[in-house]
Write a protein that binds this ligand. Structure first.
Ligand SMILES: [Fe+2]
Ligand SMILES: [Fe+2]
Length: 239
């Protein structure tokens, strides 16, 4: 039996020697990141380039899209090194549904700014939770990804600050925040989730879904208030 308190898995080769429950948990996490990064990039970041109102905004949106595709590529490559079949990490080839937060088509620049403001903050929390992961390749990937996710959330704040300068821009951004923010806590998964329990048992993740969702609601509200917007009512699943 592995001593879980001292468990540190440094390479994909070492992963192969770990108990099935540990390997499967790492695989699930890598698959979910690979799928959601690609789905998010395709559904929002890529189409947002066309909505970006100025060359400067297009330039930075291209950078965001490049980085989101890059996140998919890095998780995908790690997954391949772990022996995960390629088709399990591509949304069109798997039955696994992307997160419900990605369930609507992008229709405006304001929606994209709201997504970066509140959805990428949720990504930051997810990545933070992997910074001390006992599977080191995943931890390293989280550390590499973190500055880029922070840039995306800052992008939301910066372009949000531009939009709120006009009453029309502010109203549209508020409408987009109202539409998007309440759906984001679901991104953290159900309370008392069995998967989450396994992640924590093995030190793959640190926090419970409900703990992260509650923290997210607080931090999301702060970001929304920073722009002088109203925080929409939000119901968080009881722990
Ligand atoms: Fe990402
Ligand atoms: Fe992002």
């Amino acid at each position: 039996m592995t001593d879980k308190t001292k468990l540190q898995v440094k390479t994909c080769d070492e992963l192969k020697q770990q108990p099935e429950e540990y390997r499967e948990a790492c695989e699930k996490l890598v698959i979910s990141h690979a799928i959601n990064e690609l789905y998010g990039g395709r559904t929002y970041d890529d189409p947002a380039i066309a909505f970006a109102p100025t060359p400067y905004a297009k330039w930075l949106t291209c950078r965001v899209a490049m980085e989101e595709y890059g996140h998919h590529v890095r998780f995908f490559e790690l997954g391949r090194q772990m022996g995960i079949p390629a088709e399990k990490m591509l949304p069109e080839k798997t039955a696994k549904k992307p997160l419900s937060v990605f369930d609507f088509p992008l229709t405006s620049w304001e929606e994209f700014v709201a997504i970066k403001l509140v959805v990428d903050l949720a990504e930051i929390l997810q990545v933070e939770d992997l910074l001390h992961c006992t599977f080191h390749p995943l931890r390293n990937l989280a550390r590499m990804t973190m500055p880029e996710e922070k840039f995306h959330a800052q992008f939301g704040l910066d372009f949000g600050a531009e939009l709120v300068k006009t009453p029309e821009g502010k109203a549209k951004l508020q409408e987009a925040v109202n539409k998007i923010f309440p759906g984001v806590p679901a991104f953290f998964g159900r309370a008392k989730s069995k998967n989450n329990e396994i992640y924590r048992k093995w030190g793959i993740k640190l926090r419970s879904n409900e703990d992260m969702a509650a923290d997210y609601v607080k931090r999301g509200a702060e970001a929304i208030r920073k722009l002088g917007l109203q925080v929409p009512d939000i119901a968080v699943a009881a722990a």
